[in-house]
Design a protein. Sequence first.
Length: 703
Amino acid sequence: MKIWVPMMTDIKERTFAVTRLLGVALFSLLMSQWAAAEVLMKNANFVALPGGKIELRFDFDSAPPAPQAYMINQPARLVMDLWGVENDLASRSLDVKTGSVDGVSFAQTDGRLRVVTKLYEPSSYKTFTEGNSLFVVVQSSDSKAPVVSSSSANNMVAKSTTPGSKTSFEPQRSKVQGLDFERVEGGIGRVTVSLSDDKAGVDIQEEGNNVVVNLVGADLSRALEQRVDVQDFVTPVMFIDSMANGGNTSILIKPSAEPYEYLAYQTDNKLILDFKPLSQAEKDDRNKDLFPFSGEQIDLNFQNVELRSVLQIIAEVAELNLVVSDTVGGNITLRLKNVPWDQALDIILKTKGLDQRTVGNVLLIAPASEIAQREAEELASSQKVEELAPLRTEFIQVDYRKASEMMGAVQGAKLVSERGFIMADDETNVLMVRETAKGIEEIRNTLRRFDVEVQQVLVEARLVNATSNVTKDLGVKWGFGYNDVDDGQGWIVNPDLGSIDFGSPPTDVGLNVDLGATATQVGKIAIGFAPGTSSMIALELSALESDGKAEIISQPKILTTNGNQAKIESGSEIPYQTVENGEVNIEFKDVVLSLDVTPRVNPGDRIAMDLVIKQDSIGQVLPNGELSIDNNELQTTVVVPDGQTIVLGGVFKTESSETVNKVPLLGDLPIMGALFRNKENTSEKTELLIFITPKLVRNSLTQ
């Protein structure tokens, strides 16, 4: 665009005209920015490719939407509609005049920008996006009908086509079909946006503490235009707001105040955003890695100024003494606004091929090659000094560790030179070192780090075996007998109805049914009945219920140092026979209670332990006379705070049985059958619980 200003002899009039023109231009610029859509087309150009192809490139200020494209045969035109895009170019056309493309024109309508590519003949085309750019590749075609590549965004439905007339169409826009949220492993909050296709432009921005996802050219139904509260999932995401914005869709994700990071990626027609929680330390480390500069912010605006003067200004802001090499010189032009001084210094040094070294509060600046050469010379000089330095012999007392162990650590660190040597005496726990003064000092500093008192840990385990058994017996005893005593008129009844004595020898023994409980006399009820003088019936009913409870507590303890394995066991050995190649041997099996632990003290007095706990016991006697062994074993790794108790595990076992003894036929009779049967119910419960308690042995306790 050219601006013509008429010649004026009056300087005031000329100044007023220029000012007026600038005001009009500025006002037009502001109005165009105020009325601009969310996506602006900033540039358009083309390039000729081999094979008769023409590549058109359109640049935008953000990710462009997928074009809705269709082809017209007569006249040959490629029409593309970009929804939510506005033309920000100074011209409304682009002359190409190359290959099969005559030119490109831009027509702005409400809510969309139409790009019409004028062709000399129908051609095939392909569209794709990269970043904030849209590419259209047009290739000449010999056929009359255009061939559209599968990667093109042709989402139009043609209705009718006649020569010399335009094709009528209906735009098929991308649609948001669903919005889902879920909590995945690691406390990550996942937002999934389901689209009808993958043509919508995606623009993700951070506004304040919110993450805004702009889907350019995508429609949102009213059913999805709502706020979703996801605070109950305990993730960094609190709310998700979906709203329609003209012909586009905006999704606002409101995270919590806690630190987080998010990752966005698209797979086919699904857009996924993962919000991962971060600790404050992780956030600080990431910010430091992303922006390692922390100096005071300064403004620098110089035009061809001497480099040394700029370095002096930076040194004064940093409050450092400055030493600049004589080889540093020249001028520099720079304009920096609100930049940390250390970042400004880094930019200047990289621009001029310089490097820096800071010693105390002195800043040394010189060419990078000069500093590298100087450091190489200093290294060679120091090595030469070490080779010529005199050797000294010193005896270093080791207080808490073994001298031979510390000697191995020093040798492993390669702190002893070829000229020196080291020797350990475990009886006096002394190290003999022959080295230079500098070498001996390094060895002493190393020993100060390793020769320290190791923390001790007392590990206490409790194994509880609780057994509860209940037995219920209910039965009946019938006894009937007759003995000819005193002319057949006498009866002899023994108080123990279970063993009635009818004399010796008895003249007649009647029915004797015994289905009673086999326990002691306690709990029995005996009833006798003698109808007349010719017979006797005795009845005994017994009911017995016995409760038994047993509790066995094993409590092994062991004391060890941090990081060292310790084991304690107590038990016996059970012999058993083995037969191999016809030879009988006696071997022994351990039946022990053991505790095997390796503790590690973590920061915050939290103790990590690798545990193996075993509790064996002698079981039942097998038919061959050998003994069975019951095993209980636990192997795990846990972290427990100092002095606290944790339940490692438990085994609960229940055994129930019911036994019925009865007289055939009679025991099955209703009501009366109870007099001819015995019923026994047995229930046994066994429970094993394992507790562990680690304790740090502190100095106050030892004192």
